[in-house]
Design a protein around this ligand. Sequence first.
Ligand code: EPZ
Length: 430
Amino acid sequence: MEQYAVCGGNPLVGEVEIGGAKNAALPILAASLMSDETVLIENMPDVRDTNILLDAMKGIGVHVERTDRHSVKINASQVHHLTVEGDGVKKIRASYYFLGALLGKYKSATVVLPGGCDIGCRAIDQHIKGFKALGASVQIAHGMITAQADRLTGSHIYLDVVSVGATINIMMAAVLAEGRTTIENAAKEPHVVDLANFLNSMGANIKGAGTDVIRIRGVNRLHATEYTIIPDQIEAGTFMFAAAVTKGDVTVKNVIPKHLESISAKLVEIGCEVQESDDAVRVVASRPLRHTHVKTLPYPGFPTDMQPQIAVALGLSTGTSIVTESIFENRFRYVDELIRMGASIKVEGNTAIIDGVSRYTGASINAPDLRAGAALVIAALAAEGVSTVDDIRYIERGYEDFHLKLKGLGAQIEKVETERELQKFRLKIG
Ligand code: EPZ
């Protein structure tokens, strides 16, 4: 089984290029099948989740042509199935975006009920409420969810919780519905805005994305487009915290600094220097890290997808920090692993109380999910000695060439598959 072998202790120094946002790419891919004309998508991250979605699209008759590693041409004029199933899609959350896209275009969709990272109960009641408000009937049976309608008509939908997925799904279904739809209490994440911009570039009429009221006027059809996906806010944030934790000096390039503001603000609070330019952010960590408190919130609050990374940094800061997770109920599964590396953390409900320690020590650890996995790799990079990180398939769901990018910053990290390769790594680092 593949794992990362990591030898900690090197400050990360240099520049790293950030790729396209996974959580924008996933709905944009699904939405691309809403046109019968060819759509070109650029800055597509080459990660497991996007590749699973592309395979699923091929499975229902979408023509997919990768013109280079990060560009893909999609033509969905020959879709022959309105059911999306299979082991791959079952494992990823974003498969439910086919519901909104297929329902919007064909007025019918059946999708295997979504899996995804095990970070707590992940309800879809708000998606269903939205589809029903647009006139669809929704049934769940045998692990599949079906949404169908004779016609979709615009509606006024007030979301009970701020949900990225529900906002996106309802937006997709409403784009080709008759009349006007208003989504209130909508999610404001950069990837919600990116999807709206993408749909608008295909001829949709969406206003207000990025605020909590999104207004959609239905159109008859969507046309061809060429579109570049925004940079990945969470990949960038992960490298920014990697700089902090390893006492490094890292410039993340090809980013939108505005999307990183809540992350930059916390880094400054804990004692890092953060310098912003047009499309780059430099993080310099030359002083000891200080404690702080943080609560995850929908955008523009501190992202839940950065919660494990900041906890790893706070674990090495002076004093006591409190991390409150307000989005998902089970997002502290990495804490036991971090404790095995020497951290002092107590979890009570949705709160982690972290007493900073002066060092982590290398250990054999498991990645429990995507972001926690990346955070544990960062902890290993700061730790004394060698660590191995198992279950890196989770990390590969959302980070392209993670270990290669870290290596480019001076990290001692290799992907190894056998005991022999691990021994070779140990010999190499001496
Ligand atoms: C998206 O998940 C992201 N996934 C997650 O990123 C991210 O953590 C999350 O948004 C929050 O920012 C993708 O974009 C593919 P939500 P999503 O619907 O859409 C509750 C990563 O690491 N809720 O905004 O599933 C839900 O239980 C992943 O890249 C309902 O109650 O999240 C949660 O508590 C992990 N009913 C809260 O809302 C619903 O119908 C926010 O969930 C929908 C959601």
